[in-house]
Design a binder for this molecule. Structure first.
Ligand code: PEP
Ligand code: MG
Length: 567
């Protein structure tokens, strides 16, 4: 009987294949104590297991970019002295055997990481779990299952897949996967996106619903897996798979083209990145530049405020990688939901409306100046632009410009190189900046619309609150009018507006945004080719007429309906 299960979409695409149920070898840990005379030997066993795993990780032959990143992340965690010292201490002081000491240490690390309210750092918890499995297998002499050896055309179903499980996957054998656990931003999701195979996560108990060997369809676009599909359904999906293949081939050709509409409007299609690794992927995917480099990660991954030199090295590398292409780096947008271990944020009732981003930077100018100096020095190496987040009034921007001018003076006196024509723009992510766009545009070089926050603040709908997620819509006419107003003000002044919020990655909205007059789309790397493809096939004039008519519609549902039909 055909059955259908829903999951969280982790990677797009459709595949028809056979289920392979992947069960991890479960290890039972013996909790007996060891004799004092065994301490050294047990410590040596742990060290040998760690060294052995590091050696394996060093062999990146045939690995793709994402897999190399994961290997590097694991090496870093394994080489952290705190990790091995904690295990050793449990052996030497508490006389625990090596397996038990490892198990407890991993559980503690997972617990610590899971509690951090940050998606990216939470992901370290799954890395620790993964490391735990791999080291345990080594201590026990167990050979882990290798997914590269399974039959071609398999859809892997598992409780969870660790990055190591996925590191041997190749597209021929594994054509899709679905897991009970995991989130959209997990490493396994990222691997699926790089392999370009459909994947679903957070499916709760799918692994107990299958036996293995069943025929199945995985539809990453709709977020469903269909078990034992009927012949009719298979035939229907075979057509979709064919269309998908053709589309992929077309996008592959489009990705490095310029995005110019058929009536001649040139649009930049840039990428959103958080670090150098993201930038490599963006460049591979044909980005025209970077429209948003979120610098928070640099601060969040450090145990101190990164020094000017530490920041300069990263910004310089990114600038040089892009050559002539623009690299828009956003200054620190910390606070709200993003904290730092080494900084005491005030306890606030509404942190999203609180001490964050530019507010913090202007309160702690020492922190801000360090970053501005690093950015300005890096500007000598390419086409770097600075972007300021969460601006609500002109005074904030004027103070920022004053600081930049003071730094310029200091650099001039000391012969430090920087780009004298360095452009500075702001993010439009508050209603205040929308209403004041005509004033802001006199001082800024460009606008970039951050719809993630702009929609949240315009609609007074918390962007992370599931209870009201239905109300959070970029298609709300209020949001569209805000976007239009900002773009128009920038054009009147002969300047440009980009968009770095998620709305720019929503390919259903590409024509609409083009019609509203957007000059730059800064999207997720995976969406660059599709955005370009739509722009190349569209006429700006026609889309403008369509968008203008939409601005008169009253409900978000009707807007979205019309947009869907129009596409
Ligand atoms: C935005 O608000 O749209 C944005 C791009 O910034 P972030 O998602 O980092 O808040
Ligand atoms: Mg924002």
């Amino acid at each position: 009987m055909t059955t259908e299960y829903k999951g969280i979409k982790a990677s797009n695409g459709i595949a028809i294949g056979t289920i392979y149920l992947f069960n991890r070898v479960e290890v039972v840990v013996d909790d007996s104590k060891i004799d004092e005379s065994m301490v050294d030997d047990e410590k040596k066993r742990v060290k040998a297991a760690i060294d052995d795993y590091i050696n394996e990780l060093n062999d990146t032959n045939g690995a793709n970019e994402a897999q190399i990143n994961i290997a590097n992340a694991h090496k870093e965690l394994l080489q952290d002295p705190y990790f091995s010292d904690t295990i050793d201490a449990k052996i030497a002081k508490e006389f625990k055997n090596s397996e038990l000491a490892l198990n407890e240490t991993i559980n503690e690390m997972v617990e610590i990481m899971s509690q951090i309210d940050d998606e990216y750092l939470k992901e370290r918890a799954s890395d620790y779990k993964d490391i735990g499995y791999q080291l345990m297998y080594k201590l026990k002499g167990i050979k882990p299952k290798d997914l590269s050896l399974i039959e071609k055309g398999s859809i892997v179903i598992s409780k969870e897949l660790t990055p190591s499980d996925t590191s041997n996957m190749n597209k021929e054998n594994v054509i899709g996967f679905a897991t009970d656990l995991g989130g959209k931003t997990s490493h396994t999701s990222i691997i699926a996106q790089t392999l370009d195979i459909p994947a679903l996560v957070g499916m709760q108990d799918i692994s107990s619903k299958v036996k293995g060997g069943e025929k199945a369809i995985i539809d990453g676009d709709e977020g469903i897996i269909i078990l034992d599909p009927s012949d009719d359904l298979i035939a229907e999906y075979e057509i979709k798979v064919k269309e998908q293949k053709e589309k992929r081939e077309r996008l592959q050709e489009v990705k490095d083209k310029e995005a110019i509409t058929n009536d001649g409007k040139k649009v930049e299609v840039s990428a959103n990145i958080g670090n150098i690794e993201d930038l490599k992927i963006a460049i591979n995917n044909g980005c025209d530049g970077v429209g948003l480099f979120r610098t928070e990660l640099l601060y969040m991954e450090s145990d101190h405020f990164p020094t000017e030199e530490e920041q300069f090295e990263v910004y310089k590398e990114a600038t040089q990688m892009l050559g002539e292409k623009p690299l828009i780096i956003r200054t620190l947008d910390i606070g709200g939901d993003k904290g730092l271990d080494y900084f005491n944020f005030p306890v606030e009732d509404n942190p999203f409306l609180g001490y964050r981003a530019i507010r913090l930077c202007l309160d702690r100018e020492d922190i801000f100046i360090t970053q501005l100096k690093a950015l300005m020095r890096a500007s000598a190496f390419g086409n770097l632009k600075i972007m300021i987040p969460m601006i609500i009034n002109i005074t904030e921007f004027k103070r920022t410009l004053e600081l930049i001018d003071e730094i310029k003076k200091e650099f001039d006196e000391n012969g430090v190189d920087y780009n004298k024509d360095l452009e500075v723009g702001i993010m439009i992510e508050t209603p205040a900046s929308v209403f004041m766009a005509d004033k802001f545009i006199k001082y800024v070089d460009f606008f970039s619309i951050g719809t993630n926050d702009l929609s949240q603040y315009t609609l007074a709908v918390d962007r992370g609150n599931e209870n009201i997620s239905e109300l959070y819509s970029n298609y709300n006419p209020a949001v569209l009018r805000a976007i239009k107003r900002v773009i128009d003000e920038s054009h009147k002044a002969g300047k440009w507006t980009g968009m770095c919020g998620q709305f720019a990655s929503d390919t259903q909205a590409t024509k609409l945004l083009l019609g509203l007059g957007l000059d730059e789309f800064s999207a997720s790397s995976a969406k660059i080719a599709e955005v370009k493809d739509t722009i190349i096939k569209s006429s700006q004039k026609e889309e403008e007429e369509f968008a203008n008519a939409l601005l008169d519609i009253e409900s978000p549902e009707e807007v979205e309906e019309k947009v869907k039909k129009h596409n």
